[in-house]
Design a protein around this ligand. Structure first.
Ligand code: ZN
Length: 130
């Protein structure tokens, strides 16, 4: 497992992008992911900072920001096989948020692991599709 990106929840995606550009990072990719009710922008050249903004008030990311404010949201690791990692979670008696890999941003497959099983950190597994 190696670090793939750090997810940062922001209220306003354009403002977030401008902020990171002012820090000297370029935008590598931007995408709306309706299935997850988010719009994301990957900043830098890897490991990336993924800015995540909710699409509407019922987006889980909007609810996260309402409760805890903007800030670090999840940590993502690149893995060879999400299926293998989810099997390891099951064998360890843990119940991942996602039972199987699903389509994520940037053509990747993703699955989320529960923060209560991982020292309070929401973990995203990324199987790169490009
Ligand atoms: Zn992510």
């Amino acid at each position: 497992m190696k670090l793939h990106h750090v997810g940062v929840a922001v209220r306003d995606l354009n403002a977030g992008i401008s902020h990171y550009q002012a820090l000297g990072m370029t935008m590598a990719h931007r995408e709306t992911v309706p299935a997850q009710k988010v719009e994301v922008a990957f900043m830098g050249s890897g490991p990336w900072i993924e800015l995540v903004a909710g699409l509407g008030p019922d987006s889980p990311v909007s609810k996260f920001i309402d409760k805890r404010g903007e800030g670090q949201h999840h940590v993502a690791y690149a893995v060879k096989s999400i299926a293998v990692e989810l099997e390891k979670e099951a064998k360890a008696g843990r119940k991942p948020i996602d039972a199987a890999a699903r389509p994520g941003a940037w053509g990747h497959k993703v699955a989320f692991l529960h923060p209560k099983d991982h020292s309070g950190v929401l973990i995203e597994l990324v199987e790169e599709g490009h």
